[in-house]
Design a protein around this ligand. Structure first.
Ligand code: HEC
Ligand code: HEC
Ligand code: HEC
Ligand code: HEC
Ligand code: HEC
Length: 475
């Protein structure tokens, strides 16, 4: 746990306090209305950069930087606006270009009425003029643009601008303003990142979003000492503003390789994979490969956010010694679709007629929810008959994959062949299967890098998690 100064006694009462604290500033806060300010009331990021160069460098190229310019968003919001006769214009824009909304420059959503500053998405002089919040979801922020910058310190005394302390900045409720999306008409919860976190062990232990997303750690708080601004004092920890999730697709398109790389690294630390397959199997017999996936590192579901668009799936590939494919589930077909995965770990939303839709603005129900909850383990079994003509030994590869969007959807929006959505390997386990007559001393390769009894593997993962939580609490 990061906030050592809070102390452990407060941890026990954190839930009660959290509610009280949240209420003390937020229940009274009136969300800033459409057109209440002008874009000129906000300061360009280039000014902040002069003294906050490191923080600027962190933020540049992230999905907050790209929240409006994201081509995927721009295409989808056009479709959403068209589907609803413009009803959702202000709704979508309040999170994707908050300055565009409070300055009344949106609608139209095509950006024709927007000043340059509104196009900078979720930026410095939006986030740090948030002076209150009315709760969780659908961006109920209050902003007070001007010379005061709100933040997590209580003792900063820069000469250039004034500062004010607001505890909200150190709490998950700050992120929960936008990382919880509720359908404005029918109340369907579309993005439940905050509420899933709140109901998890992370929420109960107050391991906040900032601990994993604004520090050097990926799955827990890790301090990042330095100076927050030119002329400022040296501090034990300054927040990293490289607030990265799982999106490597858009940062890569926008030329932010470093952000894409961080997203991949994050995905590769999010889940563990255990696989068990038999050491030997004869031709013509039935073979079963068992895999279990544990969400060991994310404080919310995998995937979260727009999880009706994200895709997480297991690819299981068995080849013989001559490279001939014997079994292949979860492979991409020539169109880039996931043909034969056992299961895709995401959500399927339905429209008012009960038909599946990726257009969440048209959704009014959840048809399926296959996401992997925080600390949850899910199991998959793959069974097939081994052909007679295989050449031993056999190679078993099990891969956990992540993709930001179905290829089909991107092709529909941008045209076939414009962008290939990258498939990111979150984890991989491989093993070997021998002919039953192969003497044990000739089985040169280990059958599996994971324990052969999945139950045992899961048990170990659970033990490690329990120990981690224990250490978290002790610190
Ligand atoms: C002329 C230099 C300068 C400029 C320009 C500047 N800042 Fe600062 N800012 C500082 C210094 C110095 C600190 C204090 C750092 C510390 O105490 O560790 C600071 C502190 C802050 C804090 C922390 C406040 C707190 O109490 O937690 C925030 C937030 C902040 N600045 C935001 C901004 C934003 C947003 C901009 C652009 C609109 C900006 N700053 C422009 C120098 C500057
Ligand atoms: C224990 C560490 C941890 C905590 C706490 C945590 N996250 Fe994450 N987050 C991760 C990891 C690891 C990933 C990458 C795996 C994934 O996509 O879920 C991630 C991914 C994400 C993504 C991208 C999700 C996707 O699949 O597209 C978003 C958005 C996000 N986090 C927001 C939040 C918010 C908001 C909070 C607080 C309510 C939060 N996170 C709390 C570790 C954490
Ligand atoms: C998504 C909203 C968001 C954006 C965008 C953002 N910040 Fe922050 N910033 C925060 C939060 C939240 C904290 C406090 C994190 C904590 O204490 O855990 C913070 C902390 C700070 C601090 C205090 C020092 C520190 O490191 O804790 C400074 C200074 C700062 N931000 C400046 C900036 C500047 C400059 C930019 C633009 C380049 C920027 N911020 C963009 C949300 C944001
Ligand atoms: C004003 C609304 C707003 C606030 C406040 C906000 N975010 Fe975001 N955030 C967004 C939007 C919008 C996007 C996605 C932009 C896109 O994908 O086009 C995003 C993207 C992200 C991503 C990248 C997701 C991915 O798929 O890679 C992460 C991680 C994230 N936010 C975490 C946080 C955390 C942590 C906080 C609190 C410190 C926070 N956000 C506060 C609006 C917000
Ligand atoms: C309450 C805040 C909020 C509202 C309202 C909102 N979004 Fe988002 N949107 C987000 C956040 C946060 C993310 C990032 C989630 C993640 O990456 O997991 C996101 C991500 C997206 C993405 C995925 C972008 C990518 O690069 O993968 C699209 C597309 C999108 N939003 C479109 C829309 C449209 C269209 C609307 C209106 C119908 C809308 N959003 C309304 C907060 C919001």
């Amino acid at each position: 746990m990061r906030r050592t100064f809070i102390g452990s006694s407060l941890l026990l009462t954190s839930t009660i306090l959290l509610l009280a604290v949240t209420c003390s500033f937020s229940c009274a806060a009136e969300p800033t209305k459409f057109g209440e300010y002008s874009a000129d009331d906000f300061t360009y990021e280039s000014t902040c950069r002069q003294c906050h160069a490191v923080i600027y460098g962190d933020w540049e190229g992230t999905m907050h930087f790209n929240a409006y310019l994201d081509p995927f968003y721009l295409e989808e919001v056009k479709v959403a606006s068209h589907d609803t006769d413009g009803l959702v214009d202000e709704f979508c824009s309040r999170c994707h270009t908050p300055i565009g909304v409070v300055s009344g420059e949106i609608p139209p959503v095509d950006g024709s009425g927007m000043s340059d500053i509104s196009k900078l998405g979720v930026q410095c002089d939006f986030c740090h003029v948030v002076s209150g919040s009315d709760g969780i979801g659908n961006a109920p922020f209050t902003v007070t643009p001007g010379n005061v910058k709100w933040g997590p310190y209580g003792d900063a005394t820069p000469s250039y601008h004034e500062t004010d302390y607001l505890e909200l900045y150190t709490q998950a409720e700050y992120c929960g303003m936008c990382h919880e999306v509720i359908h404005p008409v029918n109340g369907l919860v579309i993005d439940d990142t905050y509420s899933t976190w709140k109901d998890s062990q992370y929420g109960r232990d107050n391991v906040v979003c900032q601990d994993c997303h604004m520090t050097e750690g990926i799955t827990e708080f890790k301090a990042n000492p330095g100076r927050a601004g030119t002329g400022g004092p040296k501090r034990d920890h300054i927040s990293s503003h490289e607030i990265v999730g799982a999106n490597a697709f858009i940062p890569e398109i926008m030329g932010a390789q470093d952000v894409a790389q961080k997203a991949i690294e994050r995905l590769q630390n999010a889940a563990t994979l255990q696989v068990s397959s038999p050491q030997t199997a004869a031709q013509g017999t039935e073979l079963t490969i068992r895999a279990s996936i544990t969400n060991s590192g994310a404080g919310h579901n995998i995937p979260t956010g727009v999880s009706e668009i994200r895709q997480v799936w297991l690819e299981v590939k068995v080849t013989d010694n001559e490279g001939k494919e014997i079994y292949h589930a979860g492979a991409l077909d020539t169109e880039g679709n996931i043909g034969s995965a056992k299961i895709i770990y995401n959500t399927v939303l339905g429209d008012s007629e009960g038909n599946a839709t990726e257009s969440f603005w048209l959704a009014d129900r959840v048809l399926e929810d296959n996401r992997i909850g925080p600390e949850e383990t899910v199991n998959e079994e793959h069974t097939f008959i081994l052909p007679e003509d295989v050449v031993y030994p056999l190679k078993v590869q099990t891969m956990l994959n992540y993709r930001s969007a179905p290829q089909q959807l991107i092709d529909k929006l941008f045209g076939h062949g414009t962008y290939e959505v990258p498939v990111i390997r979150m984890n991989e386990v491989s093993g070997t299967i021998y002919h039953p007559d192969t003497p044990p001393e000739e089985r040169t390769e280990t059958t599996s890098t994971a324990p052969t009894t999945p139950g045992f593997g899961v048990f170990i993962t659970a033990m490690v998690m329990a120990m981690m939580m224990y250490i978290f609490k002790r610190n």
